[in-house]
Design a protein around this ligand. Structure first.
Ligand SMILES: NC(=O)c1ccc[n+]([C@@H]2O[C@H](COP(=O)([O-])OP(=O)(O)OC[C@H]3O[C@@H](n4cnc5c(N)ncnc54)[C@H](OP(=O)(O)O)[C@@H]3O)[C@@H](O)[C@H]2O)c1
Length: 228
């Protein structure tokens, strides 16, 4: 089977790191930001050689899997029609320095990727690649080669679970399927799972204890119960 074309929207710290990983893993990789292609190309040729710099519209047209590596507050600017039918891996997190001191996008009762899925209603959204820092991504694919680091994901679309898992495995991580998209909230900033770059057993231990953390207690307070 031919490999999917991976399109990475956002060419900053996370986007260029993921582009290096996908190129290294043999995926045709497209990358775009709001910059004109000519202005971005020399940056990509340096930071992620082998990735093709394209316009955002060419990227959304050609990619089978689109990774959102843009600020959370930019997601509402995306054209849902351009992403209709695509697998969209939402790596974006609320970050006060970038997205404003108040999170007006998501809450403890509706995680950010649930909002993204609502906005991109015709896309097959998974939350993925959000919980590990960009600096750890490249370190972890080599450090734990025998026992790869867990890359958790969550989605409401069973039909994309194999493709998401395959991408994660091929990049050098161990996929950890949290289930429906609402469970992705547990991967967001503030959670003890956020920032975690650990093999599956350690990740699962942290997951098992998540509701004992201040974050987990806030989730229960906001929802009246654990995420079901
Ligand atoms: N840094 C990490 O370790 C890390 C890890 C996991 C998840 N994340 C999440 O990933 C996202 C990106 O983080 P980052 O650290 O890579 O940020 P960054 O270094 O500031 O890069 C953001 C990129 O997005 C582009 N961009 C902004 N708005 C855009 C739009 N509407 N369409 C297309 N491209 C757009 C920017 O380029 P232009 O301004 O030129 O368009 C830039 O290339 C954030 O949501 C962050 O929370 C980051």
């Amino acid at each position: 089977m031919t490999r999917p074309v991976v399109g990475i929207l956002g060419a900053g710290k996370l986007g260029t790191t993921l582009a290096r990983l996908t190129v290294h893993a043999g995926y045709k990789t497209l990358i775009a930001s709001r910059k004109p292609v000519a202005a971005l190309k020399w940056i990509i040729d340096t930071l992620a050689p082998g990735a093709d710099t394209v316009s955002a519209s060419d990227l959304t047209q050609a990619a089978d899997i689109v990774i959102l590596a843009i600020p959370l507050s930019q997601i509402p600017t995306l054209d849902p029609a351009a992403l209709a039918g695509k697998i969209v891996l939402d790596a974006a997190n609320y970050w006060a320095d970038v997205d404003g001191s108040t999170n007006t996008y998501s809450s403890l009762t509706e995680g950010s990727s649930e909002v993204t899925q609502r906005l991109l209603a015709q896309s097959l959204v998974a939350k993925a690649f959000n919980h590990m820092g960009y600096h750890d991504l490249e370190i972890e694919v080599t450090r734990h080669a025998a026992e790869p680091s867990a890359m958790a994901f969550a989605t409401d679309h069973d039909q994309i679970r194999p493709a998401v898992s395959e991408l994660i495995v091929t990049l050098g991580f161990a996929p950890l399927d949290l289930g429906p998209l609402r469970f992705g909230l547990l991967l967001e900033p503030g959670s003890p799972l956020f920032g975690l770059a650990e093999p599956v057993p350690a990740f699962q231990a942290a997951l098992a204890n998540v509701y004992q953390s201040p974050f987990g207690r806030h989730v229960i307070a906001a929802r009246g119960q654990r995420i079901q």
